[in-house]
Design a protein. Structure first.
Length: 578
């Protein structure tokens, strides 16, 4: 688009006029002029470019360059780009430490901070840039909450590393720690794996949380089709960012907002895609939160209903061996969406940020050659809908007397998994990790990690360290783990998280004792303990709520405000439930 592409005849309805127009706004304009803005800028739509760039994580280390490309797109389309920063937490670096409690809180802080800046500075629209896991839902929550014309822009995925001739990601390093602990991997091999797993910038490469949420952004319609998969350091990634800047101006001109894009059908599409690609369990938590922000009726049971009718057709890490770049080489997320749409498993009439429907966008990509014909695609990790990797999607919602409000499992192995075993109960992740590393784990065990929920943690820690250690110790298929905390998108095996209600508020998981027999049954969607209702009630009589783990500071504040995981663990006061 050219500099005069925006219809300035529509400028009178711009919110930025609150700070740029009229004699009484001379002081405000003086401040803008100090930053190099001129009369043309001040007469243009003000587009906030929210940028969580940081040297904290490879997911975000390159985001200044991505944001610069978006700024170029805004400027060339006739807008006034205003870049501002927000925080990020590295999930991978905080993993396995007390610091991981900050991760989910950062989602809320990101959403709050983008809302505050765009509200306080009277911005007309947004380009929200994201890298590490919680950046993505945080930015999308902000766009939905402000309901400003907005375009979501992912920073892209890291390329796979290479270790002994095979592609590897950070997950193999976490699992290598477990293998080293059992003596199956030498210190030299672990060191070599560490040095080759992460070759550059970008979010973790498998279908982990960042890539899951980036893919979901396309299915929701908040990002253009094809925008999720270009790698972080590829020129195509910067073209995507520049296009996001241009598209933000188009959204303002059309007065197209997230509320015009999102619908019940959008969220069903997002769940269908998540289950078809084996996406992260975190997608459940974040989609529930996004739906709450959008005012769309979505419950945790809906994930199971969609998953039952949607087969898993992409076999990516952690269940498989391929990464996001492999999917990109085929044509990206639209390849999967097209197969689902042709099987009537996707709502093709759902709207997108471009102003066209999903079906129309797929047709446009086919016409331009960006999406090759399906008949030309050959890949050992992408399956036909009628000959899927698994007949049902990867996400399962389990219920029972241990999880009255539900629990979440991603199947990466046997879809007919059934397990009964004795509980090994731990009050926090570190104790469970020590148990595994010290070699106490036995086949048949059910590890229970509690008081790690949204309020009890607080912050609902991800536990890739301990789940990877279980797998690395050779117990991927014969040990189950349940928790009121979360898992990384890189977790694999029978690991059940988001158990609700959580232990801190009196959920049944808080009543378990060592040796209680727990049943995990995927076909029956059951998570239960072999105790009667009377026995549980008797234990509840003796239960006392623990003191909050932090008496003050940000963890105390958000620990007080978090809602249940079954409702997305939101902290927005309008959305939380008693």
């Amino acid at each position: 688009m050219s500099d005069d592409a925006f219809d300035h005849g529509k400028a009178e309805r711009l919110r930025s006029r609150d700070v740029t127009e009229g004699p009484d706004r001379a002081p405000h304009r003086a401040m803008f002029r100090a930053m190099g803005f001129d009369d043309e800028d001040l007469g243009s739509p003000m587009i906030g470019v929210a940028n969580p760039a940081a040297d904290i994580t490879p997911c975000n280390v390159h985001l200044d360059d991505v944001a610069d490309a978006a700024i170029t797109g805004v400027d060339e389309a006739g807008g006034m780009p205003i870049e501002f920063g927000t925080i990020t937490i590295s999930d991978a670096i905080s993993m396995g430490t007390e610091g991981m409690k900050a991760s989910l809180i950062s989602r809320e802080v990101i959403a709050d901070s983008v809302e505050l800046v765009s509200f306080g500075e009277r911005m007309d629209g947004l380009v929200t840039v994201a890298g590490c896991d919680k950046n993505l839902p945080g930015m999308m929550m902000a766009a939905i909450r402000t309901d400003l014309p907005s375009v979501f822009c992912y920073g892209g995925s890291i390329m796979p590393g290479n270790h002994e001739g095979r592609d590897v990601t950070i997950v193999q390093v976490f699992e290598g720690v477990g293998s080293y602990g059992t003596g199956e991997m030498s210190a030299d091999e672990l060191d070599d794996l560490e040095r080759h797993a992460c070759p550059g910038a970008g979010s973790c490469g498998g279908m982990f949380t960042a890539n899951t949420m980036a893919s979901i952004s396309e299915a929701l319609g908040l990002a253009p089709l094809g925008s999720a998969s270009p790698p972080a350091e590829d020129e195509e990634r910067y073209a995507v960012a520049e296009r996001a800047g241009e598209l933000a101006l188009e959204c303002i001109e059309a007065d197209r907002r997230p509320s015009d894009v999102l619908s019940r059908e959008s969220f069903e599409n997002a769940i269908a895609l998540q289950t078809a690609i084996g996406g992260s369990t975190n997608g459940v938590l974040h989609l529930l939160a996004l739906a709450r922000e959008a005012g769309v009726d979505l419950e945790i049971e809906d994930f199971d209903a969609v998953s039952k009718r949607t087969p898993k057709i992409a076999d990516l890490q952690p269940g498989g061996t391929r990464v996001m770049n492999d999917l990109h080489d085929l044509g990206g997320v639209p390849v999967v969406i097209r197969r689902l749409l042709e099987a009537n498993l996707f709502h093709g009439d759902a709207m997108t940020v471009t102003g066209r429907t999903i079906a129309e966008e797929l047709g446009r990509l086919e016409d331009t050659g960006e999406l090759p014909p399906d008949a030309e695609l050959e890949a050992d990790f992408l399956y036909a809908v009628d000959e899927p990797k698994q007949a049902e999607g990867a996400i399962k919602i389990l219920e029972g007397n241990l999880a009255p409000d539900g629990a979440v499992l991603k199947v990466t192995g046997d879809d007919a998994f059934h397990h009964e075993g004795p509980a090994r109960v731990f009050e926090h992740e570190e104790a469970a990790m020590a148990y595994v590393q010290e070699g106490h784990l036995e086949s048949g065990d059910v590890i229970v990690i509690r008081n790690e929920g949204p309020r009890g943690g607080p912050g609902m820690r991800e536990m890739l360290g301990v789940t990877a250690a279980v797998v690395g110790a050779g117990h991927e298929d014969d040990v189950a783990l349940i928790t009121d905390g979360r898992f990384s998108g890189g977790t694999r095996g029978p690991m059940i998280g988001h158990v609700a209600p959580e232990a801190f508020v009196g959920g049944p998981i808080g009543l378990l004792e060592d040796g209680d027999v727990i049943t995990v049954d995927i076909p029956d969607r059951t998570l239960a303990v072999d105790l009667t209702a009377d026995e549980l009630a008797a234990r509840r009589e003796d239960w006392e709520q623990p003191d909050p783990p932090y008496p003050g500071g940000v963890l105390a504040k958000y620990g007080r405000d978090f809602d249940s995981a079954a409702n997305g663990a939101v902290t927005n006061p309008r959305l939380t439930r008693d």
